[in-house]
Design a protein around this ligand. Structure first.
Ligand code: FES
Length: 169
């Protein structure tokens, strides 16, 4: 039947057109989003902070490392700043660990400075981070307060690109 052949041609042409447009779109997408291998090799990442409510945190990955981004409450910021820095195992002010004008945002690498476990956010007696491996306790600035870890959680290189967006790396 002649109609069968026409139907077949129509379907085949449609399929070619779909493949063609997917191929044309792909290079654009891959330019905008570095692929996983590029990110693992160290490409910067941008993170939208607007979904993170006050008192909550998210974890993202940069260079294969977990990064905690915490939207601290006023109380948590005040607690971090009320401490006598000289009494800390790794003395650092809270101000030196956050960006000026963005006091509520804490950004730290979530790798315990003892033996590298991933601490849990909003746990422990200082309302910061608790490492379940050997009990290290970090405060709301990510500074070591109790347990075997020798140093504060490191702050990765990052900058605010707008009030609600940071670029890490
Ligand atoms: Fe965190 Fe040992 S690895 S306390």
């Amino acid at each position: 039947h002649p109609a069968t052949r026409r139907d077949f041609l129509y379907v085949a042409t449609g399929a070619v057109a779909a493949v063609g447009s997917a191929a044309a779109v792909w290079p654009l997408i891959s330019q905008m989003n570095p692929d996983a291998a590029t990110i693992a090799a160290g490409a910067p990442i941008e993170v939208d902070l607007s979904p993170i409510a006050e008192g909550q945190d998210i974890k993202v990955f940069w260079r294969g490392k977990p990064i905690y981004i915490m939207n601290r409450t006023k109380k948590q910021v005040e607690e971090a700043r009320a401490v006598n820095v000289a009494t800390l195992p790794d003395p650092q002010t809270d101000q030196s660990r956050v960006k000026e004008g963005h006091d509520q945002w804490l950004v730290v690498i979530g790798i315990c400075t003892h033996l590298g476990c991933i601490p849990i956010a909003h746990e422990g007696s200082y309302d910061g981070f608790f490492c379940p491996c050997h009990g290290s306790v970090y405060d709301t600035s990510g500074r070591i307060r109790q347990g075997p870890a020798p140093l504060n959680l490191p702050v990765p290189p990052y900058a605010f690109v707008s009030d609600t967006k940071i670029k890490i790396g």
